[in-house]
Design a protein around this ligand. Structure first.
Ligand code: ADE
Length: 246
């Protein structure tokens, strides 16, 4: 996969893209991430990327021309999703990450100031993504969040290809609790079922705790997943335990 980022802060990306799974995925040739300075696509001596809004008001608006030139140069006529990072966008989700991970190319546009000229949205952008209901000072951090979530889904990016499926949201639920050695720590014991080693009992316990955790923390998610008959049984047990104050 190839990801191109258009930004007024290209240096922002050097360190995070070099670390961890993102760094390794690039070294392994699984993904190529390039960043482009929006100011390289301006045509005035001051390399101006913003201007005051038509109609007046506070703040500045990002000019359309540099974005259009950047996308034409980067894509060279190829088709690819062009994603604008903006608090007005569709809320980012694991499902959206999986959809983007299926693409061969992605272009990410980082907005700033009061926003970008509407014609960028109309004519260039195919997807608008928000990483949450809060306002960041620019789209750069949001672009990194999207890249991280997408790249770790690419085959070979995470050591064990099973883990992106098993983790939280992979199946629409939060993950079950995890434990490692020691079996007892400061008076807290690891649940017996995990120590005993019966794989079927462990699988059932994990599913139940995954359901319990989701029900307690994000009940709205439980309604969105397809529940098996075992899940219904487990939920019944959880309700009984909860009403018994366990
Ligand atoms: N730019 C500023 N705030 C943002 C957000 N919450 N998500 C995506 N891009 C942004």
């Amino acid at each position: 996969m190839r990801v191109d980022i258009v930004t007024i802060f290209p240096e922002f990306f050097d360190s995070p893209l070099g670390c961890s799974i993102l760094g390794r995925a690039q070294q392994a040739g699984i993904v190529q991430v390039e960043h482009h300075d929006l100011r390289d696509y301006t045509d005035d001596a001051h390399r101006t990327v913003d201007d005051s809004p038509y109609g007046g008001g506070a703040g500045m608006v990002m000019k359309p021309e540099p974005f259009f030139r950047a996308c034409a140069d980067i894509l060279g006529g190829e088709e690819a999703p062009v994603v604008l990072l903006t608090p007005q966008g569709e809320p980012f989700s694991q499902q959206k990450a999986a959809q983007l991970a299926a693409q061969e190319r992605l272009v990410l546009l980082c907005g700033h100031y009061e926003g970008v000229d509407e014609r960028v949205r109309e004519a260039l952008v195919t997807d608008e993504i928000s990483i949450g209901d809060y306002v960041l000072s620019g789209g750069e951090l949001a672009a990194l969040v999207v890249i991280d979530a997408v790249v770790r889904l690419l085959p070979g990016a995470v050591g064990n290809d099973q883990s992106p499926v098993q983790e939280s949201f992979g199946d629409g639920l939060l993950e079950h609790p995890h434990y490692t050695r020691p079996a007892e720590f400061e008076g807290r014991a690891v649940p017996g079922v995990l120590v005993e080693g019966n794989h079927e009992r462990i699988r059932r316990w994990r599913r139940k705790e995954s359901l319990r955790r989701t029900l307690q923390r994000r009940p709205e998610l439980v309604g969105r997943v397809e529940l098996s008959s075992e899940d219904h049984e487990l939920l019944k047990e959880i309700w009984q335990e909860m009403s018994a104050g366990m």
